[in-house]
Write a protein that binds this ligand. Structure first.
Ligand code: S3P
Length: 433
């Protein structure tokens, strides 16, 4: 456990205008596809987080030249679809489930063997969900007992396309299949129980790869090539989320978040917060690099509890830690269900948020697939993020409205997705020490 502890205290209003760092999901994929493309691609707005840097390092280990002309910029000299070279060491995905699951699909189609390792949290996350469908395609992947990392991926397998219906809504599983599908004989199809983020599909198309897709379905055939292109990464909605909740619950707040990615498969929290009474306006809606973006203006508004619509869950899957904080200080009861996936994220987010918020006086009951949260006042206390970046930032938000200082434990992993959170939050009125 890291001993980085932050203390978050009562705030008197959050104000100003800010741009949170680049989207994590898009940054991972931009480096992957640019590496596999023919030609040179520029990625602007790249997230300088530990997760996405680990992915860039993975491709550098496999022979891809990646330049960093300035922070948040990458110039990727693509090696072509068959140009990756065997890495001399295991590839360390750090904390990143996206990195490991997408790489598993991609590496299953290579001629060489690879091993994927991760940090303590990633080493406990389920990989069978990708191993099983990839094995059906002909991949040979060994794991530790129970489908846990490290993953040992044997090269030179001949893959064949499959038609696969995902048992859980997961963009990572869908993407792993599509990436393996690039190297498979014939057609690969993925059907989802609920549509998930479609960045893999959209970006493959942007790189000139023939793919058909619609909400909940994607289909491609192997054996085609990718053409280099430039990618502009929008600000990450999931990072903006902490500020959307913070400004909603701290009286006298008005914050503007610039250039936020507004892909509908990511913005479920916006709808949930509006159902709770939040005052969030979208302005300057436009497109950048093929993605919808907008500036979001959020003002303080008294929130009330809701039953979070189950249909919104996949569209806000990364935002529940923040939502739990909003619910803990809203008037009345909030019920979350259909969100069992939260138990296999960077931590068991239902348990970690319930324990941490209870330590601050909140009344929360866990259920197997969600929680029942009674809104009320929070007091001073100590909340353990257990090294989960999103839980750490959420507890910092809780501290802004607590009756006394909130000590947030184990904050170092905030750097996996949101480098500079501490400083940026300070500029708009968070009281962090
Ligand atoms: C992601 C997909 C989601 C999400 C994660 C990023 C992606 O995971 O929680 O933060 O970039 O594809 P699942 O596929 O496990 O739902």
């Amino acid at each position: 456990m890291s001993n980085l502890v932050w203390t978050s205290s009562f705030a008197r209003g959050l104000n100003g205008s800010m741009r949170v760092p680049g989207d994590k999901s898009i940054s991972h994929r931009a480096v992957m596809f640019a590496s596999l493309a023919d030609g040179v691609s520029r990625v602007s707005g790249f997230l300088e987080g530990e997760d996405t840097r680990a992915t860039a390092r993975a491709f550098a280990q496999m022979g891809v030249r990646i330049e960093t002309p300035s922070a948040s910029e990458r110039i990727v000299h693509g090696v072509g679809i068959d140009g990756l070279k065997a890495p001399s060491m295991p590839i360390d995905c750090g904390n990143a489930g996206t990195g490991m699951r997408l790489l598993a699909g991609l590496l299953a189609g290579q001629k060489f063997d690879t091993t994927l390792i991760g940090d303590e949290s990633l080493s406990k996350r389920p990989m069978r969900r990708v191993i099983e469908p990839l094995a059906r395609m002909g991949a040979k992947i060994d794991s530790n007992e129970g489908g846990l990392p490290p993953l040992r991926i044997h090269g030179a397998a001949s893959l064949r396309g499959i038609d696969y219906t995902l048992p859980v809504a997961s963009a990572q599983v869908k993407s792993a299949l599509l990436l393996a599908g690039l190297y498979a004989q014939g057609e690969t199809q993925a059907h989802e129980p609920h549509p998930t983020r479609d960045y893999t599909e959209r970006m493959l198309r942007a790189f000139g790869y023939p793919i058909e897709f619609s909400a909940g379905h994607a289909r491609l055939s192997g054996g085609q090539r990718l053409r280099a292109t430039d990618i502009v990464v929008p600000a990450d909605f999931s990072s903006a989320a902490f500020f959307l909740v913070a400004a909603s619950i701290v009286p006298e707040s008005e914050l503007t978040l610039l250039d936020v990615g507004m892909n509908p498969r990511r913005t479920g929290l916006l709808q949930a917060l509006r159902l709770m009474g939040a005052d969030i306006r979208e302005t300057n809606a436009r497109e950048a690099g093929g993605e919808a973006i907008a500036d979001l203006v959020v003002r303080y508004a008294p929130l009330h509890g809701i039953d979070v619509p189950v249909t919104l869950v996949p569209d806000m899957i990364d935002e529940f830690p923040a939502l739990f904080v909003a619910a803990a200080v809203a008037r009345g009861t909030t019920r979350v269900s259909g969100a069992a996936e939260l138990r296999v994220k960077e931590s068991d987010r239902i348990a970690v948020m319930a324990r941490g918020l209870r330590a601050l006086g909140a009344r929360i009951q866990e259920t197997p697939d969600g929680a029942v949260i009674e809104g009320g006042a929070l007091h001073a206390g100590e909340a353990d993020s257990t090294g989960d970046h999103r839980c750490a930032m959420s507890f910092c938000v809780a501290g802004l409205v607590a009756g006394g200082a909130v000590r947030v434990l184990d904050c170092a992993n905030v750097a996996t997705s949101f480098p500079g959170f501490f400083e940026l939050a300070g500029t708009c009125g968070f009281v962090l020490a």
